[in-house]
Design a protein around this ligand. Structure first.
Ligand code: ATP
Ligand code: LTN
Length: 336
């Protein structure tokens, strides 16, 4: 069986359509026939200053949404990163084999730190991809389902694993990024040349899973489109319509060509109405199930607790192998 690992940050109250189509949809598919581990990366979320009550709420809300959308805790291991100290322990080891220049070249770090300025950028944002590498390599993952924006971080993870193995022996599996080309980057509805993002300056182009159907339908109907009136996929000249075609196709399962044919001769208005219908009919039941799950916090916590126990079995083994390979003298904690 292939080992799968991926993670999501609890940095917003709701997941958005980009998170779902770029990553979580693949998580749901990959829990069948694979040994899948999915992690709510709350330690990564600390790189953004958050009120403690809000972080706690978002962590539980992320778990509830992932289950509501299709993750089945009987088929996959769903857990919380901070429950396992192994993530930080392995993270430190990789910090010691990552070049400063190498980490400085990460575009996500460059973009995010440029936005806040160096005085307000925390060191955790700089080491963020190294902790991410530890998340992945601890579980000996073969495949990591993520959106396009994470490709460079997975490349770094592969480089670090290869570097470690070459120097200290074959401890780590080299993972592949699992990126579905057709949905790897869902764009903002108001700014169809930028990725839909939790940290977007304005929420008006972001489809949140937990927003009401009315709000989401309104956002889709006021999505920025292009001059002209043909519903045609052309990312360069028609980024807005192309983004909506991608969204419809990924949710309905209809091909882009069949959608172009279906809407030939009809205006943008009809097409946007159809996209709104596909999106809202998909997310309305997810919202209802999430609200139901959040009513029973105890059950959610015990699902996460069980997930963490299963994760620990794998993580502890890898950490022990790593320490041994490095020549760290075993203490009683790691003798196992
Ligand atoms: P931010 O943009 O604020 O950094 P985010 O919205 O990217 O946050 P994450 O928790 O960092 O959210 O991402 C979770 C997963 O969703 C990752 O695999 C990421 O690649 C994917 N993802 C996020 N946004 C998009 C998008 N617009 N299109 C496709 N995939 C996306
Ligand atoms: N950086 C990722 C979140 C993340 C992750 C991981 C993804 C943290 N650890 C391990 C895949 C595997 C992001 O989505 N921004």
């Amino acid at each position: 069986m292939k080992r799968i690992l991926s993670g999501i940050q609890p940095t917003a109250d709701s997941l958005h359509l980009g998170n779902y189509l770029g990553a979580v949809k693949q998580w749901v598919e990959l829990q069948e026939g694979n040994d899948a581990f999915y992690c709510i990366v709350d330690l990564h979320a600390l790189t953004i200053e958050t009120d403690p009550a809000i972080l706690r709420r978002r962590t539980l809300a992320a778990a509830a949404q992932l289950i509501a959308i299709g993750l089945d805790p009987k088929k996959c291991t769903l857990f919380v990163q901070s429950h396992l100290s192994e993530h930080n322990q392995l993270g430190w080891i990789f910090e010691c084999i990552t070049g400063f220049g190498e980490a400085s070249r990460m575009t996500q770090f460059k973009d995010k730190s440029a936005k806040s300025g160096s005085d307000r950028t925390v060191v955790g944002l700089f080491t963020y991809p190294i902790l991410q590498a530890a998340d992945i390599l601890l579980y000996q993952a073969n495949s990591v389902p993520v959106g396009e924006d994470q490709r460079q971080h997975i490349e770094l993870t592969r480089d670090l694993a290869q570097r470690f193995n070459a120097k200290y022996g074959p401890v780590f599996t080299i993972p592949d990024a699992h990126i579905i080309k057709s949905a790897a980057k869902i764009n903002d509805l108001q700014d169809p040349n930028s990725k839909m993002s939790k940290s977007a300056a304005s929420n008006s182009g972001v489809i949140d899973i937990l927003d009401s159907s009315d709000v989401n339908a309104k956002k889709i109907k006021s999505a920025v489109t292009d001059t002209g009136k043909d519903v045609k996929f052309d990312e360069k000249n028609k980024p807005g319509i192309s983004n909506l075609l991608t969204i419809h196709s990924a949710l309905s399962g209809k091909s882009i060509t069949s959608l172009e044919n279906e809407f030939a001769g009809k205006g943008y208005g009809d097409f946007k109405g159809a996209v709104a219908e596909v999106v809202t009919s998909f997310f309305a039941p997810v919202k209802a199930r999430t609200e139901e799950l959040l009513k029973d916090e105890q059950s959610l916590l015990s699902i996460l607790e069980e997930g963490s126990a299963k994760a620990r079995e794998v993580a502890a083994k890898t950490l022990k192998k790593t320490y041994d390979a490095l020549g760290l003298v075993p203490g009683s904690q790691l003798k196992g």
